[in-house]
Design a protein around this ligand. Structure first.
Ligand SMILES: [Zn+2]
Length: 481
């Protein structure tokens, strides 16, 4: 090892904290009762495997630098050249997961698609993994290697990379905390021993931290919005299968709010897929009003089927309808990801209120005595979550701005019983992080002001963004000409 050309060892260490549910599929595990198992050790501890981290980071860096970038190829390895970067498997210290009964939701009707009920294991928010990424380096490659490692550090601590599957349903949002880059010179005895004892010296925070030269062959930009949703009139994020154990007649009902048991206690959660669902439906109606052309609709008797049929036929994203281009289709990743929303306070019975409903007879207009049911509302809750946007075009920004305005006006609702006044959401933007290299449009370049990374407070971002509204509108008109 000491005689090797690569006599310097860098290591990036930290704790990856998940702020939404988390899922990596165990391909080999068979359980007759569960359709999709989560990856775990035989003693039921969650695993984040090194190959998952490696694959996601490599594809992110290839987007940034271009697939043929020499530096990325040499670090990650290619045919006949082994990789110099090692991603260790990590086992969660606080292992929790539960079975979630999922229903494939027909994305146009918003109702359960028939025959598509399945079980899957899923981990709750606040799961933590201690991670370690090691990079074999040399005097010759050191400066460039350190730059890449620092870029990985910034992308992970900024929350720009999601891990695991299920991302279109809200899983995988995470942040690297307590991060540190360490170094050991293996050709020196002191350095070699420190490496063996896992006691490497901390590299000065200034080293390699300068902006990486990102005028590259790739085109990549990403925006991460942190926001709160307040429900002034309460919300009914119902779940018929599971109840918190209050055993309290005052709050116990047929439909209780959905919650998950996290390492930090029990929290009410609105799955990211619910928010995405209501916003997609709203976006589709905006597109239809604007007459932008075909929006796929599997329920229509004339134009049957989702976009995926035509997409599969010629494999071009341009073949997708406007809604699928931004919200995703089969085999085409969504450009906008919604994390699960977690209520800021832990579950307490005092926030819950039971409401009684009577099913109305559609012929007589009167109540049906045998069809009384009740639901439990969470009163005035505040939920927090994230929205990630990848490579936004002016067109994408336009529709998302439109949705934000509709939300602001209180025109969007989620959950059960929205017609009875529940679920009206009031959004508040907390902060926005922007990452961009060679962005495809002038608004993204303006938002980062020439740097690669920029962080805004919510109000500050809205003020800056307003200045670009006419550029965005013109861009949309041009795209639709
Ligand atoms: Zn479509």
């Amino acid at each position: 090892m000491i005689n090797s050309k690569y006599n310097i060892k860098y290591a990036l260490e930290g704790i990856l904290v998940f702020h939404s549910s988390f899922f990596t599929a165990a391909a080999m595990e068979m359980d007759s009762k569960i359709d999709t198992c989560i990856l775990k050790t035989p003693d039921r501890k969650l695993i984040l495997n090194g190959s998952t981290i490696a694959g996601k980071l490599r594809s992110t860096l290839e987007n940034i630098f271009g697939e043929q970038d020499d530096r990325i190829k040499k670090i990650f390895g290619y045919q006949d050249c082994s990789s110099r970067i090692i991603f260790n498997d990590s086992i969660a210290e606080n292992s929790l997961y539960e079975e979630r009964q999922c229903v494939a939701i027909d994305r146009n009707t918003g109702t359960a698609a028939e025959g598509l009920l399945y079980d899957k294991e899923i981990a709750p928010p606040y799961i933590q993994f201690k991670i370690k990424i090691e990079l074999d380096s040399s005097d010759e490659t050191g400066a460039g290697d350190l730059e890449i490692l620092r870029l990985i550090e910034k992308l992970l601590s900024g929350g720009f990379v999601n891990f695991g599957g299920n991302s279109s349903r809200g899983s995988g949002f995470c942040f690297l905390k307590n991060n540190v880059v360490k170094k050991a010179v293996l050709s020196e005895e002191k350095g070699f021993i420190s490496y063996l004892l896992d006691n490497m010296e901390k590299e000065s925070e200034a080293s390699g931290a300068a902006e990486v030269q990102l005028k590259t062959a790739g085109k990549y930009s990403s925006v991460l919005l942190e926001y709160e949703l307040e429900f002034n009139q309460g919300v009914l994020p119902g779940d018929k299968n599971k109840k918190p154990e209050f055993n309290d007649e005052k709050t116990d009902s047929d439909i209780m709010p959905y919650f998950m048991r996290t390492p930090d206690g029990e929290y009410f959660i609105i799955p990211g897929s619910s928010i995405k669902g209501v916003l997609r439906t709203k976006a589709e109606s905006i597109f239809l009003k604007r007459n932008v052309g075909y929006i796929c609709d599997p329920t229509s008797p004339r134009l049957k089927g989702y976009c995926n049929k035509s997409y599969k036929a010629d494999k071009k994203p341009e073949a997708l309808c406007e809604a699928c281009k931004i919200f995703g289709a089969v085999n085409y990743a969504s450009k906008v990801l919604f994390s699960d929303l977690i209520m800021e306070d832990k579950i307490s019975a005092s926030q819950m209120k039971k409401v009684e409903h009577v099913a109305i007879d559609r012929f007589t207009g009167g109540g049906i005595e045998s069809c009384k049911f009740n639901e439990t509302v969470v009163e005035k809750p505040v939920y927090k979550g994230y929205i990630a946007l990848r490579n936004p075009s002016l067109n994408d920004m336009n529709i998302l701005t439109h949705l934000a305005l509709e939300m602001n006006d209180g025109k969007i609702r989620t959950g059960h019983s929205t017609r009875k006044g529940f679920g009206r959401l009031a959004p508040k933007l907390l902060s926005v992080k922007v990452f961009a290299c060679s962005p495809e449009n002038e608004v993204m370049s303006a938002l980062t002001g020439g740097a690669s990374f920029k962080t805004y407070k919510g109000a500050e971002f809205i003020e800056t963004f307003k200045k670009h509204l006419s550029t965005i509108e013109n861009g949309r008109n041009k795209a639709n000409e």
